[in-house]
Design a protein around this ligand. Structure first.
Ligand SMILES: [Zn+2]
Length: 144
């Protein structure tokens, strides 16, 4: 289960709309999940540049290792962790692609926002199984 601060949910939508017709991407940040419930509470995002070649950004995103390291350092300074990654699907459903699965790692949550004709729609979240075979959808809740 993943819980988004309402402001975070809104920012992810806006990032998706801004990047349209390309994919946006960035990190989901929050305190370390409680060992008890395992629930992730996302209270911030760090938008990063889609580093994929410009002509293909409408259906691909990639985050550079440098951006990853930088985000991790910044999160640590704020006693937060990178708990997942968000990206947008311009004119495609909020379902992970085969490419998304190949790039994903277990543990992280993968939020996808569907953006149709520059307007953000459904927001979903996904966890990769430990054997990296497939994604399982996880429930998204929003808190104020
Ligand atoms: Zn995708």
């Amino acid at each position: 289960m993943i819980a988004l601060n309402a402001e975070v949910e809104q920012r992810i939508r806006v990032e998706g709309e801004k990047a349209y017709p390309n994919e946006c991407c960035g990190f989901l940040l929050g305190p370390p999940p409680s060992a008890h419930s395992g629930e992730k509470r996302i209270d911030g995002i760090a938008a990063v540049e889609n580093a994929w070649e410009p002509g293909e950004q409408y259906h691909r995103f990639v985050i550079t290792p440098e951006d990853f390291m930088h985000a991790e350092k910044e999160a640590l300074k704020q006693n937060r962790e990178i708990l997942g990654i968000y990206h947008s699907h311009p004119d495609h459903p909020a379902r992970p692609s085969d490419y998304d699965r190949e790039q994903a790692m277990p543990y992280y949550s993968y939020i996808i926002v569907a953006v149709e004709k520059a307007k953000a729609h459904e927001v979903t979240s996904w966890n990769l199984t430990a054997d990296r075979d497939h994604f399982l959808e996880e429930e998204v809740t929003v808190w104020q």
